[in-house]
Design a protein around this ligand. Sequence first.
Ligand code: ADP
Length: 156
Amino acid sequence: MEKIAVFPGSFDPITRGHENVINRASLLFDKLIIAIGENAEKREMFEITKRIEWIKKTFQDNKKIEVVVYSGLTVDYCKTRNIQYILRGIRTSADFEFERSIGQINKMIYPEIETIFLLSLPQYTALNSSIVRDIIRHKGNPDNFIPERLKGLVRL
Ligand code: ADP
């Protein structure tokens, strides 16, 4: 059976931290679905079409990567598409505690779905989309924090 994983997140915008986790995980699975969660409560900085375009451009040479938008519970999305793995990145102990409860509850809902964690590289531990948005909002240059291919593109 094909090993398929979903990497859920907001990707508002995609960062080098996400890119690194995705590249490493794509070696472990036959297919990796980057799933942008539609969240009615979060006000995103970038339109969903932009976020999709930037992820696609970043991984244009990687045939294993697919980009989708979904709403509802990540485990329900996995179930409807017969996906066996959820991928998450861990930067800090705070990430771990947050992910632990979600992962354990997800396992109670659907025991057949496994959550897989990859540790961030040390140089990306401090990086998150919210810092990148702050840089952009204040007219700074975010290019060192977003994928190389997106240089000059991720702006308001
Ligand atoms: P969310 O909206 O769930 O916080 P994000 O888009 O911020 O989603 O992140 C999606 C996934 O990417 C999460 O598993 C998160 O831990 C991981 N991630 C985000 N930034 C980094 C980073 N710098 N290094 C490794 N993983 C990261």
